[in-house]
Every structure is written in C-alpha cells, then in structure tokens.
Design a protein around this ligand. Structure first.
Ligand SMILES: NC(=O)c1ccc[n+]([C@@H]2O[C@H](COP(=O)([O-])OP(=O)(O)OC[C@H]3O[C@@H](n4cnc5c(N)ncnc54)[C@H](O)[C@@H]3O)[C@@H](O)[C@H]2O)c1
Ligand SMILES: [Zn+2]
Length: 389
C-alpha cells in the first residue's frame, strides 16, 4: 500500500515548502504550500516561478479578492503576476461572510464566462477564508473543475482554510451547506500580508493554531505557551514557524483522511460548542476563532469532568487561550438553547453527539456524549461559573 506522508522541507532562500501528498487518492491531487516573508512581490523569485510552472500556471488567471485586500494589495499582486508572465483579470467582492453566497458565486460564473476562461486557465483566491472557500467552489464547479491557487491573506486562511480542500458557500439555512472537496494546485503564503490584519482577526486565526497544539502536538503547544506574545506582536520568524507547523499538522491529518471519514474530525476540537455559540449569535458579534476558543475550554472542562484528563491539562488549555486575549467564558445562553443549537451539528446521531476530547496536551479521544449529560454539565457550569478563571 502506498504510504501517505507529508514531505516537509526548507527550500530555496527564505521560503519553506510543504508537500501535501495526496498521491494515493483516486486522482493524484498532491500540491505544494510555499511559506515565506516578502515572497509575493513585483520581482517574483525563481522559487515562485518554479511552483507556478509545476502547478501548470502559465498564461492568465482570474483573481478573486475582497475589497479590503484589493485596496491594500491589488497593484502588488498585479505586478507579481505580470512579472511571472501571467495576465490577471481581477474581480473584487465585498468583505464579509455574506459574500460566501449563491449570489456572488453566480456573479463569478458570469464573469468567468464573459472573459472566456477555459479549462486550462486558473482561478486565484486572494484573501481570507471567505474568498478562499467561495473561489475554490467556483473552481471546483466551473467547466466541471478548473485549476485553482490559493494566496491567503489572513492567519485563519494561512493555517486552516487554505489547507485541506474544503470549499463551499453558505445557505440561508446554514453555514457551509453547499460545497465540494477540491484541492488547489498550490498555496502561496506570505506572512507580510498579516502586517495589515486587525488584532482581532489575528487572534481569530491563532485560536485554530492553539487547537493543533492542544490535541495533536504537545511540543508545539509548549512553543505556543512560551511564545504567544512574540507571535501576537507579529514577529515574522515566529509567525512563519507557527504557520509552517500548523500547515504540516493539518496536511498530515488530511493526507490520512481527506474526506473526513474519521481522523479528520479531530480538527473539530472546540467546534461542537463553538458552532452552537456562532449559531446562537446568528454568526454576528462573535468570530469563529473566538467561539471555538470558548469551545476548547468547554471541551477541556468536559474531559476533566469525565476523568479523561487532569485539571492541570484543562487549566493549561484555558490559560493559553486567556493569555492570548481570546474569550474563555461560555456566553450566557440557557443550557436548553445550547443543546438545541448543538442538535443541529453534523456529528449528531440520535441522542448522541461525537465530541473531540483531550487526554493529555497533544492527544485526543473521540467520545459520543448524550445530550442529557451535556445538559447537566451546562447547568453545572452555569450555576457555579466553573468557566471563570
Ligand atoms: N475551508 C476550510 O477548511 C475552512 C476552515 C476554516 C474556516 N473556513 C471559512 O473561512 C471563513 C473565515 O475566514 P477568515 O477568518 O479569513 O475571514 P474573512 O475571509 O472574512 O477575512 C476577514 C476580514 O479580513 C480582511 N482581510 C483579509 N486579509 C487582510 C489583510 N491582509 N489585511 C487586512 N485585512 C484583511 C477581509 O477582507 C475580511 O474583511 C469562514 O467562511 C469559514 O467558514 C473554511
Ligand atoms: Zn474552525
């Protein structure tokens, strides 16, 4: 049997390269993730040209971006692509989750057809997770699939949404209800884009980074405990390190379970309660990373309550989240409201919901929990405010 592994190496001058090896899936959709500082500039270096060449990008590309990113970086990206011999057609869409919708997907198809984009051409997603998910789904479906490249510009997109091939749009009936698994031909991550990201958005992405350490990699978690201040002050080497590590961890999980048949759901640590919080706030007020930060604290407390981990382990998760300036307190909705919202989760089977729980830092266990127990636990923390540090 073909052994799947992530090849992870430093390449060229400053850029690092991670190979996402999907060669044993039905269609070989392996690709490179290039990570560096200042690698997207008007003098596209050889390393970029090589990655573009091996991805097959030659002539023209349809760039999808958001208004904010376009305002900040449009001419930089145009210069970068033109220098690499690629003619861009740029489509700039409004900021916000509302853009991940059928309306804008349809607009993208119109523009692709109007500009006569063909099978061999490329779509480039240039922005955060909203742009990445929407563009990826457009690429997966236009002409039954055209080439796709991600150039993420938020920390969340660097460490999470640009890796793993989940693409899609929201529906008024729920988030991410329509979509496809579709892998990019390459991902170019330049940490310099994070210079202009708001602090709140930076922390939003950092929550997912903490998740990787908490349930998958003990050493990485210790690194985060020791360096979170440096990272959040945007120290370039630290940012590159956490992005490189997060991409490698996520790529490894995806390599082993691309379509989320089992293992990949470890990436849902903190997400069961997190999604409920987002639903109860109607996807406003609270950001995804903030919601899952609370969800991770909650899942750690549950793990302790079930005797799966020590109070010290649960405490370390909570402390790192709190020290990073992310919220830890379960918002004041009623236990009944939480249970009803959690019942909408994809991981529900009858009276049970599959939870990712923590054993030690860096190791996890899946457990099906019944809603009655969860209701009691939610009441307990509400009465005793156990989630207050
Ligand atoms: N596909 C996946 O596996 C996956 C995983 C996690 C999240 N997601 C999706 O990702 C989306 C959230 O992504 P996000 O957190 O990146 O939000 P986002 O894409 O909405 O970006 C946040 C804001 O930051 C702005 N921005 C982007 N880059 C910037 C920069 N360099 N400087 C200044 N401003 C910048 C954007 O214009 C936007 O207003 C959600 O729709 C979520 O469902 C997908
Ligand atoms: Zn998430």
């Amino acid at each position: 049997m073909h052994e799947k592994k992530t090849i992870f190496y430093r390449a060229y001058n400053e850029a690092m390269k991670i190979r996402v090896d999907l060669s044993s899936s039905t269609k070989d959709s392996s690709y490179d993730i290039l990570i560096g500082s200042g690698i997207v500039n008007a003098k596209a270096g050889d390393e970029i040209i090589n990655v573009f060449n091996s991805a097959g990008l030659k002539n023209r590309a349809f760039v999808i971006t958001s208004e904010t990113v376009s305002g900040l970086y449009r001419s930089l990206l145009n210069g970068f692509l033109e220098n690499a011999g690629i003619k861009p057609v740029v489509l700039s869409l409004p900021d916000g989750e509302g853009t991940k919708s059928l309306k804008y997907l349809s607009y993208i198809y119109d523009e692709l057809i109007k500009n006569r984009f063909e099978r061999g051409d490329f779509i480039i997603a240039f922005g955060g997770g909203v742009i990445g998910d929407l563009s990826g789904f457009a690429a997966a479906t236009y002409l039954r699939g055209i080439n796709f490249i991600q150039i993420p510009t938020t920390l969340l997109a660097d460490v999470d949404s640009s890796v793993g091939g989940k693409t899609g749009i929201d529906h008024p009936g729920g988030k991410n209800l329509i979509g496809a698994f579709y892998q990019p031909r390459c991902v170019i991550i330049d940490v310099d884009f994070l210079d202009t990201l708001s602090e709140r958005e930076l922390k939003n992405g950092f929550a997912e980074v903490i998740k990787y350490g908490a349930v998958i990699d003990n050493e990485f978690f210790i690194y985060l405990e020791n360096n979170y201040e440096k990272i959040l002050s945007r120290h370039k080497d630290s940012l590159m390190h956490i992005i490189e590590k997060s991409c490698a961890i996520k790529a490894d999980v995806v390599n082993k379970d691309e379509k989320e048949a089992g293992l990949r759901s470890v990436l849902n640590f903190g997400h069961s309660l997190g999604h409920a919080i987002e639903t109860l706030y109607n996807y406003e007020t609270v950001k995804h990373g903030e919601a899952i930060a609370i969800g991770m604290v909650f899942a750690s407390m549950l793990s302790e309550d079930l005797g799966l981990c020590t109070g010290e382990t649960a405490g370390r998760v909570k402390t790192l989240i709190k020290n990073s300036g992310l919220p830890v307190k379960v918002p004041d909705f009623s236990p009944e409201e939480y249970i009803n919202a959690m019942k909408l989760d994809k991981k529900v089977k009858g009276k049970l919901i599959k939870f990712v729980l923590i054993k030690d830092i860096g190791s996890f266990v899946f457990k099906e929990l019944d809603f009655e127990y969860l209701m009691k636990f939610l009441k307990k923390i509400k009465d005793r405010r156990l989630d207050n540090l």
